[in-house]
Design a protein around this ligand. Structure first.
Ligand code: NAD
Length: 287
């Protein structure tokens, strides 16, 4: 029987801070680890901002639950202490294989043998990391979507070495923290979400960059004809234009043409999406 009560989140950036906060919000004891005091100061700011977001966007959120959540959540820049009694370590460090590898090599030495490790990596398959974990049978991917309090899918994907009991325990854990768990039966780059989303976003950019239709009209077709609440360019704005730009830049010649269009028409004009106040749409600041 795999019991999960103490959770450690490695990396307190965009996703790590959300995972740590949501997990503590759901009643678990959480330690969020980052590399130094500067990163920990940043984490405090991110958590404070999540308190405000939950107050606005999570039905029933109140001061009592916010205080209880923060009471269950501690921050640490000492990996050995952070993971000493961990049942589950969720890794959300930068998407750079050398950083992930070094992280797992240290973790393998420091974490107790009972601890399950889960990577939130969006683009690396867990089998690319399993050999560094020292416990391939207790390692798998647990992939969240950005803004996990409302876009609450958790894709669970093991390798051929993952113990089925570990897989099942993570499905249950995902549900316990308010996610809708999605079992992925074998390894797939991009999981379900990005396997669907990336081709849609690329096709939309191809239509607009090629001069076939305006971005707003591409979105209109998608919304009206399929009933979807958002079109692909609204999604671009939420993700932020830099991430798709960087991915396209490493693609073939056609992808690079689309990247150049994103850069010239939007990124170079400071139109980066919701975060900068303007992308394909304008977002007046909230008062
Ligand atoms: P980020 O750059 O916002 O945060 C990374 C954090 O890791 C930073 O706080 C950094 O200080 C810390 N860090 C750096 N080196 C570290 C180390 N050696 N040990 C521990 N922490 C370290 O990144 P992010 O967007 O939160 O992405 C993290 C992971 O989550 C990636 O694998 C990414 O693919 C995945 N992910 C991101 C999103 C997203 O929308 N941003 C969505 C799903 C999954």
């Amino acid at each position: 029987m795999i019991e999960i009560s103490k959770v450690v989140v490695l990396g307190t950036g965009v996703l790590g801070s959300q995972i740590a906060f949501q997990t503590a919000w759901s009643g678990f004891s959480v330690t969020a680890y980052d590399i130094n005091d500067t990163a920990i100061d940043q984490a405090r700011l991110r958590l404070a901002s999540l308190v405000k977001t939950y107050r606005k966007e999570v039905p029933g959120a109140d001061a009592g639950q916010e205080a209880a959540t923060l009471g269950r959540l501690s921050l640490s820049s000492d990996l050995a202490t952070a993971v000493a009694d961990a049942d589950l370590v969720i890794e959300a460090v930068p998407e750079v294989i050398a950083i992930k590898r070094a992280t797992y090599e240290k973790l393998a030495q420091l974490a107790p043998s009972k601890a399950v490790f889960a990577t939130n990596s969006s683009t690396l398959l867990p089998s690319a990391l399993k050999d560094f974990t020292g416990r391939p049978d207790r390692f798998l991917a647990l992939h969240f979507a950005n803004s996990i309090w409302k876009f609450n899918t958790a894709e669970v994907m093991g390798t051929s070495d993952t113990d089925p009991a570990v897989f099942d325990a993570l499905i249950k854990f995902a549900s316990d923290i308010g996610m809708v768990p999605i079992p992925i039966h074998k390894e797939k780059a991009g999981y379900v979400l990005n396997s669907l989303l990336v081709p849609l976003l690329n096709a939309a950019a191809d239509l607009a960059a090629g001069g076939y239709a305006e971005p707003h009209d591409v979105d209109k077709v998608w919304r009206i004809a399929t009933g979807a609440p958002m079109g692909p360019f609204q999604i671009y704005d939420i993700i932020g234009l830099n991430t798709p730009y960087n991915i396209l830049l490493h693609g073939d010649a056609h992808a690079q043409q689309i990247a150049a269009w994103l850069k010239d028409s939007y990124i170079d004009k400071g139109k980066l999406g919701v975060a900068s106040g303007e992308g394909f749409y304008s977002y007046p600041p909230a008062n």
